[in-house]
Design a protein around this ligand. Structure first.
Ligand SMILES: [Zn+2]
Length: 323
């Protein structure tokens, strides 16, 4: 089969590989589209360790079922289109049993810890695939993973319609969160210094932050900057919720938490098996239409350029498998 492999930092090459075998609990997918995200870029650039080169990258994939493992219990049929959930938890530990699979110590990531989807065919565990009809545009489906993270963040914040949310930092992750919060009926204010990002957030229905804005129910810190939270915390209502989307933030001190009765919550990844199918369902129903954030399409011949693009541009590039 044809494939594109990483052969060194920022170097991709087209090669021929043997197709993978379909294990008893797996489905073999004929790949059709792949979204690129931050983790792909980090691996491409050599900033995030992966397996030995040549290595198959690729996490955020959509494909058609080409073979079904003999012990797969889902009622799949050949030719059916599915979206891949690319982080495989163990489904057996205490974290998984408590619906915290994002904290599963056995979790492995497609394209990082095990070979990814940048090939004509890929075998993935059937439990981590979700059906999606062909009527949904591929540029929407390739956004399922970052949207699932945003769905998880909104769930962990207990976000409710008509609440006021303040979002610090509108990089790609922040923009997907903005889209989900708006779709869920929240009023979203964005604090972001880069004009292009702020404009994109406003095109999704957010409003720009201005000095003195307050009475927020929930504050999402996606700034990646240590002091950013403290600068915006006065705008949060008593009893409000702070959600940390990166590990860089400095949470409020105990005196402030106590006096203002704030809730602080970390949000890392998404949890299996709920967030991903909820996201795919929202894409199928049209509740989320993220195509605006994934408008740059490349063929596999342009894979190098697509990865470079993903590193510098906030709008998400994606690949279609026309060889
Ligand atoms: Zn587990």
């Amino acid at each position: 089969m044809r494939a594109v492999v990483l052969t060194g930092p920022s170097r991709l090459e087209a090669v021929e590989l043997d197709p993978p075998e379909c294990g008893p609990h797996e489905v073999l997918l004929a790949m059709s589209a792949l979204g690129l995200g931050d983790q792909d870029v980090a691996a491409f650039r050599g900033r995030r360790p992966v397996g030995p080169v040549p290595w198959l990258l690729g996490r955020q994939g959509v494909g058609e079922i080409a073979a079904i493992g003999e012990r797969v219990t889902r009622p799949y049929r050949l030719g059916q289109q599915v979206v891949v959930e690319p982080d495989f938890c163990c489904r057996g530990c205490r974290a998984c049993a408590a619906w915290f699979s994002s904290a599963c110590p056995e979790r492995v990531s497609l394209g990082l810890d095990r070979p990814g989807l940048l090939a004509e065919f890929a075998a993935v565990p059937a439990h981590f695939t979700w059906p999606a009809p062909r009527a949904v545009p591929l540029e929407d489906l390739v956004c399922a993973e970052p949207l699932a993270e945003a769905v998880a963040a909104a769930r962990r914040a207990a976000a409710q319609p008509r609440q006021r949310a303040l979002l610090l930092g509108a990089d790609t992750r922040g923009l997907f969160l903005c889209l989900v919060l708006r779709a869920r009926g929240l009023e979203v204010t964005v604090r972001e210094p880069i004009t292009e990002r702020l404009d994109l957030a406003c095109s999704l229905g957010a409003q720009p932050w201005s000095d003195g804005d307050d009475e927020f129910d929930v504050l999402f810190d996606n700034s990646g900057k240590r002091g950013a939270l403290a600068e915006s915390l006065d705008g949060l209502l008593p009893g409000g919720t702070v959600v940390l989307l990166t590990g860089a933030a400095a949470p409020p001190d105990g005196e402030e938490l106590f006096r203002r009765q704030l809730i602080v919550r970390g949000s890392h990844g998404y949890d299996h098996p709920t967030d991903f199918p909820a996201t795919v369902d929202a894409l199928v129903s049209g509740e989320f239409a993220p195509g605006k954030l994934a408008r740059r399409r490349y063929s596999l011949q342009g894979a190098n350029r697509a990865f470079e693009e993903a590193a510098v541009n906030v709008a998400k590039p994606w690949l279609s498998y026309d060889w």
